[in-house]
Design a protein around this ligand. Structure first.
Ligand code: HEC
Length: 171
């Protein structure tokens, strides 16, 4: 009789034991789940690199590897007025209100002086090159300012204002 009860108990318990083996991954089977069959990333994993030639939906700031972009913003009053404000907030600290590289913070950058924007290279480079400098900064020298000037329009306004500073300096 006891033997029978034991066998019965074993028969009743075995499906549960089998179930638990799967539940706790003692027996692990890679079940096909449709959510898993797709490219996905773990937290902190690098996202995919951008496909070549892709453009953000907010409009292309510039496409990497295609060269400097062409300035799409006319240097009208509105652009220059906004550019002046943004320049004074984001650039004058280092480059000076007049762009001569003599802002209040410049003295602390003794190893890499902020460039004088009214002469030499900053005058001869294209609008697009200045735009990229503002966007990416210069590693180790000038910070990338695309965080402070998030829209391409703001950066072009600053470019236009820098050009107007160069003009008033006689370039
Ligand atoms: C923290 C200081 C700092 C700030 C803020 C800063 N710059 Fe600069 N910038 C520099 C330094 C330093 C250099 C010179 C790097 C070198 O000599 O290679 C420079 C260089 C440049 C150049 C010359 C690039 C070239 O190829 O010759 C341009 C143009 C320029 N900055 C524009 C700007 C504009 C526009 C802003 C504001 C949106 C700005 N910078 C904000 C420090 C700064």
């Amino acid at each position: 009789m006891t033997k029978r009860i034991l066998i019965l108990l074993a028969l009743v318990a075995s499906p549960f034991i089998l179930g638990l083996l799967f539940t706790y991954d003692v027996i692990k089977i890679d079940w096909i789940s449709l959510m898993e069959i797709q490219p996905s990333f773990q937290p902190m994993e690098d996202p995919l690199p951008l496909p070549a030639g892709s453009v953000p939906i907010s409009g292309a700031a510039y496409v990497a590897g295609v060269g400097a972009p062409v300035n799409p913003v006319p240097a009208d009053e509105t652009s220059l007025a906004r550019g002046e404000q943004l320049y004074n907030t984001n650039c004058a600290l280092c480059h000076g209100a007049g762009g001569e590289g003599n802002g209040p913070f410049a003295a602390f950058l003794s190893a890499n002086r902020p460039a004088n924007l009214t002469q030499g290279n900053p005058v001869s480079i294209s609008d697009g090159a200045i735009f990229i400098t503002i966007t990416n900064g210069i590693p180790g020298r000038m910070p990338a300012l695309n965080g402070n000037l998030p829209t391409p329009r703001e950066r072009w306004d600053v470019v236009n204002y820098v050009r107007s500073l160069q003009e008033s300096a006689g370039q």
